[in-house]
Design a protein around this ligand. Structure first.
Ligand code: ACO
Length: 363
């Protein structure tokens, strides 16, 4: 048995490849560093859906249809009541998505893609006592998310930063949430069921729940001089350093650099944020040198969540919403994998090794 299925190959995919030794991510034939340079979220959706989810004429047409779906999803915002609003944002999002019809076609996929992008800003505004802002279908997905969040038109730097984030996290091999999506899809249950399983897997702190705690850690450390002592104490208490380590990468997660570059562009000229980046860099350096000494046999480097935390914070998402923003971007990967599994894969049904008691033999 391989505990945690480490290194077990459980699917063939044409969607993405994570090379953990080289620190490379390929999304449908395109290296992440190239993709993040030119692509917007709509381009990546077109790339990942191609051949799996109906016929998409091109990015412009896809963007138009996705905008219409955002408007359609907005009617479901009325279902948010006071009891639901008490839950964390990602749980509310999941509850609202569970009301959407199941299906396996492009129409269902676009509805599911639109859903978290509309629900999350609405939930965040309602939690602050503000009325939700209706989507503007003509805007790009990233621009509309920011507009729904803040009501004012976002500037082009903010839109580019969110686009870079959504592209960077769009797909990533057989991570826990994508695997969950594929398991459900392998039963032919439908896309809505598949992505609900994925959201549930995502929210744990060992997966998509890490960036909020990353920010908590940076706040608690406070200054570069404090980093070493704070990190050593945390490890002495048996804690894991959030934003570090990965099941597959043995070197730096390439998404960390993509997000750091996006953050630097977004924050150019903002002195407060320059200080924050400098603190993060100091914490990163301290953590890497401490982890190297403490875990000499297990290379532990920065993962995607470290700079996610800073980027989403700079875009004014509250930290309890970070996992929800992750779900907005990863939804495309979950959908494409679910469809690929349903079309080409078999029912996923591994076996377990029984180590419990045996029935008593009759005397
Ligand atoms: N801080 C301290 N020690 C760590 C860390 C960390 N961040 N990550 C791994 N280790 C240690 C473990 O304690 C373990 O040591 P041991 O063998 O002495 O017990 C060893 O490294 C191996 O750890 P595993 O749990 O076997 O590694 P796994 O591949 O299962 O874990 C994971 C990967 C869950 C991401 C882990 O590195 C971790 O918990 N990181 C912190 C949380 C985090 O950043 N999550 C986001 C991941 S990225 C994403 O999913 C989008």
């Amino acid at each position: 048995m391989k505990n945690g299925l480490e290194d077990v190959v459980a699917a063939e995919t044409q969607l993405s490849h994570v090379n953990g030794e080289a620190g490379q991510l390929i999304i449908r034939g395109v290296s992440l560093d190239r993709l993040v340079e030119y692509a917007r979220f709509e381009d990546v959706v077109t790339l990942l859906f191609k051949g799996l989810l109906g016929h998409v004429a091109g990015t412009v047409e896809l963007g138009r249809r996705l905008g219409q779906k955002r408007a359609e999803v907005f009617t479901h915002v009325l279902a948010i009541d006071d009891a639901l609003l008490q839950l964390p944002p990602v749980d509310i999002m999941r509850a609202l998505m569970a009301r959407l019809p199941d299906g396996d076609d492009l129409d269902t996929a676009l509805l599911l893609l639109a859903a978290p992008a509309v629900f999350l800003p609405a939930v965040l505004r309602l939690k602050r006592g503000q009325a939700p802002v209706a989507p503007t279908p003509a805007l790009s997905h990233a621009a509309d998310i920011l507009a729904m969040l803040g009501a004012a038109m976002p500037n082009s730097r903010e839109v580019a930063a969110l686009d870079a984030y959504l592209v960077t996290i769009s797909d990533h091999g057989l991570n826990a949430s994508t695997f969950a999506s594929r398991v459900v899809a392998s039963t032919k249950a439908g896309l809505t069921s598949s992505v609900l399983a994925a959201i549930s897997a995502l929210k744990g702190p060992l997966h998509g729940g890490a960036p909020g705690p990353v920010l908590d850690m940076l706040d608690a450390i406070g200054s570069a001089e404090n980093a070493q002592t704070w990190l050593v104490q945390a490890l002495d208490h048996g804690e894991r350093l959030m934003g570090f380590g990965h099941r597959v990468y043995r070197v730096r997660d390439p998404r960390a650099d993509a997000l750091k570059a996006a953050l630097q562009q977004l924050a150019a000229g903002d002195l407060a944020y320059r200080d924050r980046i400098q603190l993060a860099e100091a914490v990163e350096q301290s953590a890497l040198s401490i982890l190297k000494v403490r875990k000499p046999d297990r290379p532990l480097d920065v993962n995607v969540e470290f700079y996610t935390a800073l980027l989403l914070d700079a875009l004014r998402f509250p930290r309890d919403a970070f996992t929800g923003v992750f779900a907005i971007g990863r939804m495309v990967g979950w959908l494409a994998h679910a469809r690929e599994q349903a079309l080409e894969g078999r029912l996923i049904r591994p076996r377990s090794h029984y180590v419990g008691p045996l029935p008593q033999q009759a005397a």
